[in-house]
Design a protein around this ligand. Structure first.
Ligand SMILES: Nc1ncnc2c1ncn2[C@@H]1O[C@H](COP(=O)(O)OP(=O)(O)OP(=O)(O)O)[C@@H](O)[C@H]1O
Length: 340
């Protein structure tokens, strides 16, 4: 187990700043997900951590040992960091067992370690004799994780390991890999562009945009109190409403609502999640139904505030929907909001 300290890292590639003054501490034995849009710098940061590339400025330390700094650079093979690339990158001409064995030092190769790590990633032992093309994509990814875990690294980094998998396989593989990481005690960093994956991965989430680490912290803290509207929108569907901010209350076109976090001092809008909205046909009307869009079990109802301007889309259980276009209804906001 190792604590990773990334301190004021900057990196320019092809003449453009790809990472700008990024600092992050990943405590020993914890799991951190780095999330961000395509091109935000996630893979570059992971490569710097693994030791495949050198930062222009700043330092990277594993515990008290600086592995990247002004006059120091420990290459990947001397860092003891396990690496799981995006496509798994298994050797096609080697069996599953030989692939996993490849990650082991000579002395460990005859040991029971292969069966141990196969079990750790929930890989049935009968698959050990097969070649990569004879197992599923999800199993291949787990072999790649097993290969990286085999030498018991103190730290493991994973670059979008589930991105090529379809939804159900991805969920299954994710859970198996998280359980394996938990059991291994390795400090882990996962790069993903999938918000749900990032939020469920572990102890910390870091949100990158254009080379800047916009926010990092416990997943629920970042989700509940996003520092900017950009972070809020990146982590899930977000509804923004113009509001008059009055101390700890926001007055919106759909009523007053309590503020749980003021991200800016002089805010003029609030953010809430679509799940916080519901619609009632009794009660004081504050909106008019402009469109109804059926979507299987649910229907999306577009509602415009009375007096015009603001619009929200509310998801309702289709069988219970009594609304028609033109009806006046009451939009109710549950819970609390963040103001910007
Ligand atoms: N070797 C390189 N030379 C020049 N530019 C590069 C190089 N590698 C990456 N970049 C650029 O740096 C930026 C960040 O790339 P990076 O791969 O770190 O992003 P990412 O967040 O991992 O994206 P994705 O989710 O698409 O993999 C991009 O604009 C990319 O085009």
């Amino acid at each position: 187990m190792t604590t990773l300290t990334v301190h004021e890292i900057s990196k320019t590639l092809g003449g453009s700043a790809v990472l700008d003054n990024v600092s992050l501490v990943i405590p020993t034995g914890t799991r951190t997900a780095l999330v961000g849009a395509s091109g935000s710098g996630k893979t570059t940061l992971l490569r710097l951590i693994a030791g495949f590339s050198r930062p222009d400025r700043g330092t990277i330390a594993l515990d008290d040992t600086v592995v990247s700094g002004r006059d120091v650079f420990l290459p990947a093979h001397r860092r003891g960091v396990g690496y799981v690339p995006q496509d798994g990158a298994l050797f096609p001409h080697l069996t599953v067992e030989q692939n996993i064995r490849f990650g082991l030092r000579h002395a460990q190769r005859g040991s029971t370690r292969i069966a141990e790590v196969a079990e750790l990633v929930a890989l049935p032992l009968e698959l050990l004799r097969r070649f990569p093309h004879e197992i599923s994509g999800g199993q291949q990814q787990r072999v790649a994780v097993a290969r990286a875990l085999a030498p018991a690294p103190k730290m493991i980094v994973l670059d979008e390991p589930f991105s090529a998998l379809d939804t159900s396989l991805r969920e299954h593989s994710r859970l198996a890999v998280i359980a394996a990481l938990e059991a291994s005690d390795a400090t882990a960093v996962l790069v993903t562009h999938d918000q749900d994956e990032a939020l469920m991965f572990g102890h910390q989430i870091g949100v990158l945009a254009d080379g800047l680490l916009l926010q990092h912290g416990h997943p629920s803290a970042v989700f509940d109190k996003p520092v900017t509207a950009e972070v809020a929108a990146f982590l899930g569907d977000a509804v923004f409403l113009t509001a008059r901010i009055d101390d700890s209350t926001a007055i919106t076109a759909f009523g007053a609502v309590a503020i749980r976090h003021r991200a800016s001092v002089a805010g003029s809008r609030v953010m809430l999640r679509p799940e916080q909205l519901s619609v009632r046909t009794d009660g004081a009307a504050n909106g008019v139904v402009r469109a109804i869009r059926p979507r299987g079990a649910s229907s999306y109802i577009e509602i415009e505030a009375l007096g015009g301007g603001e619009r929200v889309t509310v998801s309702v259980f289709a069988a219970e929907s009594e609304c028609r276009v033109g009806d006046e209804v009451s939009v109710v906001i549950r819970g609390t909001v963040v103001s910007y």
